[in-house]
Design a protein around this ligand. Sequence first.
Ligand SMILES: NC(=O)c1ccc[n+]([C@@H]2O[C@H](COP(=O)([O-])OP(=O)(O)OC[C@H]3O[C@@H](n4cnc5c(N)ncnc54)[C@H](OP(=O)(O)O)[C@@H]3O)[C@@H](O)[C@H]2O)c1
Length: 694
Amino acid sequence: MKRVVSISLGPKTADFELDTEFLGHAFSVRRLGTDGDLNEMLDLLLQWDGKADAIGLGSMRFPNAIGPKHVLERRAQKIRELSERVNTPVTMGRALRSVVHEWSIRHVEFVLGNYFDNARVFFFSGLANHKIARVLNEFTDNMIFADPLLENGISKFIKSMRDLELYASGIHEVLKWLPSKKFSANFMPARLWNIHLLKKALQQAQVIVVPHYDFYRYLEDTGLEELGRKIIITSCAYEDRVTFLQERGVDVIIDTAPKVLEKVVGLNVLEAMMLAALEKKQDQIIDDDILEIICDQNMAPRVVYPSGTPKRVNRFAFVIHPLSQEFLKKEKTLEMVSQFAPPLFMDVVEKVIAYAPPFIYSKVTGIKSPTGVEAEGWLISVGGTPKQMLAHKPEFTYDHLLQAAKMAKRLGAQIMGLGAFTKVVGDAGVTVAKKADIPITTGNSYSASGALWAAADAVRRMGLIRVEKGKAIKGKTMVFGATGAIGSVCCRLLAKAFEEVYMVGRNTAKLLALRESIMQETPGVKLHISTRPDRYLPDMDVIVTATSGAGKAILDIMRVKPGCVITDVARPLDLSPEDVAKRPDVLVIESGEIELPGNPEMKNIGLPPKVAYACLAETIVLALEGRFEVFTIGRDIEWEKVREIYQMGLKHGMKLASISGVNGIFTDDDISRVLRLALKALKNWTPPRFSDAA
Ligand SMILES: NC(=O)c1ccc[n+]([C@@H]2O[C@H](COP(=O)([O-])OP(=O)(O)OC[C@H]3O[C@@H](n4cnc5c(N)ncnc54)[C@H](OP(=O)(O)O)[C@@H]3O)[C@@H](O)[C@H]2O)c1
């Protein structure tokens, strides 16, 4: 039996003895803690020389890979000199450590896919965990290092790898706060302000890297608020450490040390066992030995879920904006004033707010897919109403959206969606996607899908059109804003379902081009294009309106056939409540909102609880799927994407929300009433002649 002893600077209370097997040998392993007493460690080293096959030295703080070494170098030098004098092979786990830290990050990123993309990572010590920082930096540059604060009491963080390296070389400007420019290896006495800064930074992080030494000291001031729902990267997550993190609500622990024995042991123990098995000294062990053992033993870094079930939370941001002055008036500060102030005052407020920088309107939590993946995010508001966005050049809105993207990136969002009018102005997200540092989607694929999903549901519930499986629907449908991003894809999809489609727009050349491409895709359909739809309106069974008319009157509802289903996708709506009230025999629905899975919580966005605009839902579906990519931009939406997002949505538990109109949700009774009135009106209805149109 081979005998391995691990002498540790850690507490004596963690001592253990273990008989086990490793690399085909029986082992007796014993740990001896010294409660931080270096002299006792050295005495024990001499005592065990010749009595063990290999000795490990544990809980050592090593000189950092970068930065000033003198602080720890003397201590390490003393240990190294003594280790060379003893006959038994001695190791501090250096060879294993040089592989496993980096590998564990790459392993998790590979197995779990896009795991660290733009994660906000907090390092207690960037110098000690420099290797982990370097690898993580391949996936995120959203990192924050507490070295100046914890080692030198400077109330500042370092926020990039470059700055960390400057700091390590003693030339970073934060060091001008430190007159002597001396590095200390120990914690500075914590000042209240520094503790506050530290807690705040921990609360905002998604991933926290905790050095393996001084584990409890680093975390002593932390609780649920700082660690709850976080991913912790550390080395040697012993049982007591797992329990400690579990009690503070940690979601995931990534342990860079593999667990190959019955219990978690330090890397020095594993490496000492390797030396004993291979009968080598530490300087004889080469990288290939380590690689061979890792592969043979199927050693993998540990991913521990303290709650017992796998957890994954992806993050998104979504840009919203006030749809009109009425929305601005709902702001508490303006509510009172707006009641008495002349309309001119609100015009000025609307103009001024359009220039305001983006701000976080609401955090979104509680979205959970049936696959187990969760999503959380931020609704970021820009100030412009549609009127203001249209009054400025597109660059005005792009600037605000790029500021919002910066904010989203800092928050740790992995994808950002553009709400309502923010993707109507200019080139529908193309420029923003090119310039932003995180992937952008307009959400228009799911908006188109949601609009038709809702229309199909409403048509089915009205029951006026016969739908035969596998056959084109014998009915006529019309799309307003047909050449727009949402309108054009609605035309493409309706052309596949209906016998006749009328496409209405203002730009004749665009209409001709759209007709040409749909004829190629769906040759059998009867396609009509028009800039003056009035003459055809009375024949329509289904109408979709998706213009960016910003509330201007788009269609004359009095010319519409009783029983027609109108889906109003536009925001602001194309049909005013007054218009809708004129035709109780027509079903006007506010297009396809989506019911989110789980128990979503966010501030009011003008929809019932759990319900989101389809464009917001697209951003959430992509986050749940881990598809952090530019998905829908520009006005040429591919209908394959519409189908893909629809299917991904179903997989993640998205449902069509109850269809609603200007007066709220349509119950079955409401729909029966519209149907009754429609059937009655149809008996005496004669389509208005075109010359009757204004
Ligand atoms: N419900 C949702 O979840 C949701 C999601 C996203 C967007 N939306 C809303 O959907 C609408 C369309 O968005 P989009 O991205 O498709 O916009 P878009 O690409 O800019 O298309 C808008 C279309 O409306 C036409 N249009 C503009 N003003 C008009 C007017 N006064 N009269 C007639 N047609 C007019 C435009 O015609 P020209 O080509 O001639 O300019 C264009 O074809 C917007 O109101 C947007 O806010 C809703």
